[in-house]
Ligand binder design. Structure first.
Ligand code: SF4
Ligand code: SF4
Length: 337
């Protein structure tokens, strides 16, 4: 439904003739699905979309992507894949519409070469290399599930060391991925089989933690009791001037913005907020599968975000760590334990 506050604001500022016209139109608009409402919108979230900011073409702007999605019948336009799952549009949208959530469902309706090729690239360049990475199996009360992005960005071994030093009773399995890339590409059958494997595995434990906010969000959406690893980390003495980059899914989907700042304060750090922080954060460009669809533009998004910082960047996501040349909480704490 359209936010009632927005409706009253619009109605309050119009003359009687327009009020009568709106009275006929708004109920219809309220019944329209999200993609229809989004395609009718004059791109009110354009200013926050990192993909538009990087590519500078209207075709990949939120409401134009929605239009392309709406008109996709037997052909899916490449632009509907040019989207980070960042939900910046949702935070700026008067109707709280998530363009990516809607486009994902559009992508799922088609068996496209774009999705197939991106999946092949991910399986060849990401998953195969990860299989060569050692994942040490062990038993414990809670499952530590690194996810493909943690392994890809070299955070797995450090995390195991930190969890051991914190005396956490944790298990590790050799399952690599929750299926996120398939989910974002709309390859729902492949996603289902990956997440069902995770569900089977997690059922043996008291819960599951991961470094990757995207894994945690997807697991939660799939009914798995998952938490971000930050919830079990302990402060150590660090000090100094730092900035925290809010990973977009951590801030917007998991609603975690205060805990990392509290942890930094407990570690004696002076936090310098960058432009765009908390729920207004700006994506690092490496989220979802955009990096595999449009690698050059993903780099532009990353560079744009890096330019917002003056101090060393701390973050809580393996993809953000690499994109922003940042230090992850696990590394920051691990160095001093
Ligand atoms: S997400 Fe909301 S603000 Fe953005 S184009 Fe769609 S309807 Fe407009
Ligand atoms: S989810 Fe992010 S990248 Fe996609 S349209 Fe919205 S703001 Fe742009």
């Amino acid at each position: 439904m359209i936010n009632p506050k927005v409706i009253s604001r619009i109605i309050a500022n119009t003359d009687i003739k327009t009020k009568l016209r709106l009275a006929k139109v708004i109920p219809k608009l309220g019944k329209a699905d999200e993609i229809t409402r989004c395609m009718l919108c004059p791109n009110m979230c354009l200013h926050v979309c990192p993909v538009f900011d990087a590519e500078r073409r209207l075709t990949v702007s939120p409401s134009v992507k929605a239009r392309l999605g709406y008109f996709s019948q037997d052909y899916t336009y490449e632009a509907v894949y040019h989207c980070l799952p960042c939900d910046a549009c949702k935070s700026a949208c008067p109707m709280e519409i998530s363009v990516n959530d809607n486009l994902r469902n559009i992508r799922a309706g088609f068996d496209t070469e774009i999705a197939r090729k991106a999946a092949e690239r991910i399986e060849r360049d990401l998953f195969k290399n990860l299989r060569k990475t050692e994942t040490e199996k062990r038993e414990g009360k809670i499952l530590y599930f690194p996810g493909c992005r943690t392994l890809e960005n070299g955070l797995f071994t450090k995390t195991v060391e930190v969890l051991e030093k914190l005396k956490i009773d944790f298990a590790v399995d050799d399952l690599l991925c929750c299926g996120m890339p398939y989910y974002e590409l709309g390859l729902f059958e492949k996603f289902k089989s990956a997440i069902n494997e995770v569900k089977r595995l997690v059922s043996k434990y008291e819960g599951v933690v991961s470094n990757c906010p995207h894994c945690v969000a997807i697991m939660r959406e799939s009914g798995i009791r998952a938490a971000h690893i930050i919830s079990i980390l302990q402060p150590v003495k660090v000090g100094g001037d730092l900035s925290y980059h809010d990973p977009c899914i951590m801030a917007r989907k998991l609603d975690v913005t205060q805990e990392p700042r509290k942890l930094l304060e407990e570690m004696g750090c002076a936090i310098h907020e960058p432009a765009f922080s908390g729920k207004d954060t700006h994506c690092c460009g490496y989220g979802g599968v955009y990096k595999f669809i449009a690698p050059d533009y993903a780099e532009v998004v990353a560079k744009n975000r890096r330019d917002h910082f003056e101090y060393e960047i701390v973050t809580a996501c393996p993809s953000c760590k690499t994109a922003l040349k940042a230090i992850d909480f696990v590394e920051l704490i691990g160095e001093r334990l």
